[in-house]
Design a binder for this molecule. Structure first.
Ligand SMILES: Nc1ncnc2c1ncn2[C@@H]1O[C@H](COP(=O)(O)OP(=O)(O)OP(=O)(O)O)[C@@H](O)[C@H]1O
Length: 226
């Protein structure tokens, strides 16, 4: 039996801007633990809108989202923020590292936010993640002094610090050259294969998507292929 950890049930989303536009229509799918899934489709098809909903950042939709079998419907902002911090690791197109902090401090941030571990424990976890990604030598550098590819690796280490049940990425290779895009893909693949890490990555990069285990293809707010 597959261990379903994320489930979208008949999700519909409209924007009223000022006319009503249907942006997502009847989105239904589930993701099992350890799957490496990409979401693709043309610009404007609704990928980012869907990711906002799946990551609990947007609650203004019809339908239901279940995380580890628990419905997110009716949960208040504080409860959702807690779920996000504890269970979801984010990797964006732009890394959003804090330049005035060291690499280690940046990786520690989601751990400190959680109020679950002592500072020492968070530091230990952050160093372990940096080691896993082969960049522990950068730990004490200031974030602004590392390269673009290194920054994205640091962002992945940061996403992993709380042992998220899923990593969600929004165009994580969108700002990288071919070599660094491949490096990010390889890290994701390694996380899936060796650590049973679940990944859901929005990308318009067909090359990236085709290498993932499963593609969810969207068109005009609907799932075309899943
Ligand atoms: N706040 C908003 N108000 C009104 N319409 C919006 C809003 N945000 C997005 N949209 C519209 O919803 C549709 C889906 O946008 P979304 O950003 O999800 O697409 P996308 O597939 O992620 O595109 P891209 O690949 O270019 O990032 C687009 O038509 C967009 O114009």
């Amino acid at each position: 039996m597959q261990d379903i950890i994320l489930e979208a049930r008949h999700i519909n989303k409209q924007f009223h801007d000022p006319v009503t536009v249907q942006v997502l229509t009847d989105i239904t799918f589930s993701i099992a633990k350890g799957e490496f899934v990409s979401v693709t489709g043309k610009s404007g098809c609704g990928k980012s809108t869907l990711l906002y909903i799946l990551s609990t950042m947007d609650t203004d939709y019809d339908g239901d989202l279940l995380i580890e079998g628990v419905s997110m419907t009716g949960k208040n902002d504080a409860a959702l923020a807690r779920i996000r911090n504890e269970k979801i690791g984010f990797v964006f197109q732009f890394h959003y590292l804090l330049n005035e902090f060291t690499v280690l401090r940046n990786v520690m941030l989601p751990g400190m936010k959680l109020n679950k571990y002592s500072e020492q424990e968070v530091e230990h976890r952050a160093l372990e993640r940096l080691k896993m990604l082969g960049i522990e030598h950068l730990a004490h550098k200031m974030a602004y002094r590392v390269s673009g590819g290194e920054k994205q690796r640091i962002a992945i280490a940061r996403a992993l610090v709380n042992d998220p049940f899923i990593i969600m990425g929004d165009e994580p290779t969108g700002n990288l050259d071919v070599k660094n895009s491949e490096m990010v893909f390889n890290i994701f693949q390694q996380l899936a294969e060796e650590h049973n890490q679940t990944l859901l990555i929005v990308t318009h990069d067909q090359g990236f998507a085709e290498k993932t285990e499963r593609i969810i293809e969207m068109e005009d707010g609907k799932i075309l292929r899943n």
